[in-house]
Design a protein around this ligand. Structure first.
Ligand code: SF4
Length: 353
């Protein structure tokens, strides 16, 4: 059995976990390639113009995989903690893919929802505990068994695969917290340090220059690390001598504290990556500026970006937002990056730093 995993959306957060799970069950895994002009064009052709860019990219990756695999893994992730939700595109992703790519092979599409209420509390209301409820855990384990049963009917084997997968995820998180971006951590996790070096770009320290500035790059990982849709943003920043820090380099606890500081209890799953990362790096005086990347037409980003922008302004810290879609031009983006870095240099001079 060959399982296809599109290199888009949640891939950047969970790929080592998914890969381990399927391989432990005897399947082989095929990941689509880096996004190209053709990938994006294929996705754009199938979707309405208003759909956000990352979903168009995702469909392009499914189209690339469709004739090469037995299944495509397209999870529907509604919530991974109580009262914190993904957007409608992510929770309806399998339906969307089936509708626009009817010729796709069968989808492996588990429904992940850890917000399911426990049975009623003593007053007859659904439990409002912030912890994942017993019912949600039970449903989640059933979902994992159903997913694994495509490959084996041995529940112990599925349980062991899930355990290994969780371990791989923890290892992956730890690698990112050492200062690696998700593509770099995936390459390291796979034992391939030369994996896509040109796509990733080397940190300034690795090419012999001390960094001139530190910039926190914030936003959804599928925007930050897709080298095609952001025109190699990370590489370009590093090429300008900038040290880049990203949300994944902080711990989940630090990001959550950042959200609590700036916006209170989170509602959207990606608040950690935008508002949480901003809140966390605002506490670090070594961070000279912030660049937020968001997709045109993204509902959650339209509010999160506003929160982030206001917080940066109130703290008098340089902030730039980049709203990307399939028409974002490379020249305009490069000009804005260079202008932002120049501004940081002038600002430091004026401050005598
Ligand atoms: S969160 Fe925004 S960018 Fe991400 S899939 Fe939803 S609408 Fe698109």
């Amino acid at each position: 059995m060959k399982v296809g995993i599109p290199r888009a959306l949640l891939y950047y957060q969970y790929y080592p976990m998914w890969k381990t799970f399927f391989e432990e069950l005897g399947a082989s895994v095929l990941v689509s390639g880096l996004t190209t002009k053709a990938t994006l064009a294929a996705g754009v052709e199938r979707l309405m113009a208003e759909t956000c860019l990352p979903v168009k990219v995702y469909c392009g990756h499914v189209l690339e995989l469709k004739s090469q695999v037995d299944y495509v893994f397209v999870p529907a992730v509604r919530s991974l903690e109580p009262k914190v939700f993904n957007c409608s595109h992510l929770l309806g992703l399998p339906d969307l893919v089936r509708a626009v790519i009817p010729e796709a092979p069968p989808l492996l599409s588990p429904d992940i929802d850890l917000d399911q209420k426990s049975s009623k509390d003593k007053h007859g209301y659904p439990s409002s505990s912030p912890d994942v409820s017993f019912k949600a855990r039970r449903v989640f384990y059933q979902t994992i068994y159903q997913l694994g049963s495509h490959f084996t009917h041995n529940p112990l084997r599925i349980k062991a695969a899930a355990k290994e997968a969780w371990q791989a995820y923890q290892d992956y998180l730890r690698l990112m917290q050492t200062g690696l971006t998700p593509p770099e951590a995936i390459a390291r996790w796979e034992g391939d340090d030369t994996h896509h070096p040109s796509a990733i770009g080397h940190p300034p320290s690795a090419i012999g220059h001390p960094p001139s500035h530190t910039i926190a790059l914030i936003g959804h990982p599928y925007n930050l690390y897709d080298t095609y849709i952001t025109h190699n943003l990370l590489t370009r920043l590093r090429g300008l001598g900038v040290r880049v820090v990203t949300p994944e380099m902080a711990t989940p606890e630090e990001l959550r504290q950042g959200v609590l500081d700036l916006a209170g209890q989170p509602y959207w799953a990606y608040e950690d990556a935008m508002v949480g990362a901003l809140g966390h790096y605002l506490r670090d005086d070594g961070v000279d500026g912030f660049i937020a990347v968001a997709s045109f037409g993204c509902g959650p980003d339209s509010t999160l970006l506003d929160v982030a922008q206001r917080a940066a302004r109130e703290a008098s810290r340089p902030f730039m937002s980049l709203i990307i879609d399939e028409h974002t031009g490379e020249a305009g983006l490069v000009t804005r990056l260079e202008a932002f870095v120049d501004m940081l240099t002038r600002r430091k001079k004026m401050q005598g730093r």
